[in-house]
Ligand binder design. Structure first.
Ligand code: ATP
Ligand code: MG
Length: 335
């Protein structure tokens, strides 16, 4: 598919939406992870990083303007879910993409290995408590999807979930996937739209990133031995991610398969997808009723002692006032 975004000028909304379609999955039937290249940079590979940064900045500005409307309208909520293998860049992507957004309208939650209290409840419980309020963007850094990934690769994790033995059946993960699909559709019917991002990192690039965590002093803290351990299960994880995306991609809650071997490109795709998600809501600022307009007029009088002065009027108001005055003059002359 031809990508229409061009550096140097602000991309139009339709160009942004066209651009992300190649990464969007709304129907999981036949989905294969191997169809998606983690190193993909669309047509932008020959451009300087400077230009890519400029495009990202423009995308962030668009997102920020949409978020203002989301907040003002206060009806819809947006949930963005990030899933990936270690070192795929979830944290950095969230930081960059959300950098232009009013922090009051955005909530980020990270879901780690479940606590004792969390294990005492059903797997959706801890996430349900963090679903964004109307008017807000909520970000899940990992989510309930972990519960159809990790215990599928490590049976012992499922056993630690304290489920009644009778309920641990062969189809438990298919059932959970169905529950997730239903849950996301339930959220959508309640005005919380969700979109999911799989940061698609290659095994090779993960190795490079782990090595740089060992080589660079400032990155040492990021290295976890357990990450190396999980790396051995790479193929198993790919298999369960594929099954998960197949079962849970839907028009109301799509997956975006984001190329993750180049961080600058990952950010560009994520910001474009976030813009698309908000744009599809057709947001608008709340309109002011006749009654409220009267209240505003009274407030102006109370503040200034007079009706609105000419200087304070908008260009449209000025034009319409001028038109009215001209008509009055004409009527006077006729008389
Ligand atoms: P970082 O980029 O900092 O490594 P992270 O999201 O990997 O971020 P960590 O603290 O390294 O955070 O790891 C969280 C770990 O918890 C991950 O390995 C994840 O798979 C695991 N985890 C999260 N939720 C669950 C769950 N419900 N069951 C089992 N493991 C889980
Ligand atoms: Mg980790």
């Amino acid at each position: 598919m031809q990508v229409k975004m061009a550096a140097g000028k602000a991309p139009s909304t339709s160009a942004i939406i066209d651009f992300v379609q190649q990464y969007k999955v709304t129907d999981g039937k036949g989905f294969k992870l191997s169809d998606y290249d983690p190193g993909d940079t669309a047509h932008l590979d020959n451009q300087s990083k400077e230009e890519a940064r400029d495009l990202l900045q423009k995308g962030i500005e668009k997102l920020s303007a949409l978020q203002e409307k989301l907040y003002a309208q206060d009806e819809w909520a947006v949930l963005l879910i990030f899933q990936a293998m270690d070192a795929a860049g979830k944290d950095g992507t969230i930081k960059h993409v959300m950098s232009g957004i009013n922090p009051q309208g955005c909530q980020v939650y990270s879901f780690k290995q479940p606590s004792n209290e969390e294990l005492d409840h059903d797997f959706l419980w801890r996430c349900q408590k963090c679903v964004p309020e109307r008017g807000r963007i909520g970000i899940f850094n990992r989510s309930y999807y972990e519960d159809v990934l990790v215990p599928r690769v490590h049976r012992s994790v499922l056993e630690a979930q304290r489920l009644p033995k009778k309920l641990i059946k062969k189809d438990i993960f298919d059932d959970r996937l169905r529950d997730i699909r239903w849950y996301e559709s339930y959220l959508a019917r309640q005005g919380t739209v969700s979109a999911k991002f799989y940061l698609n990192l290659s095994l090779d690039e993960q190795k490079k990133r782990f090595l740089s965590r060992l080589d660079e002093k400032d990155k040492n803290w990021k290295f976890a031995e357990s990450d190396l351990h999980e790396r051995q299960y790479w193929d198993d994880y790919m298999r369960v991610y594929e099954a998960t995306i197949r079962a849970t991609a839907s028009p109301e809650s799509p997956w975006y398969i984001v190329p993750a071997d180049n961080k600058w490109f990952t950010r560009l795709v994520v910001v474009a997808a976030a813009v698309e998600t908000l744009e599809l809501l057709d947001l608008s600022y709340p309109t002011v009723s006749e009654e409220q307009l009267q209240v505003l007029a009274q407030a102006r009088i109370a503040l200034t002692g007079a009706e609105g002065s000419h200087d304070e009027l908008s260009e449209d108001d000025k034009a319409s006032k001028k038109e009215k005055n001209a008509k009055k003059d004409k009527d006077k002359k006729k008389k």
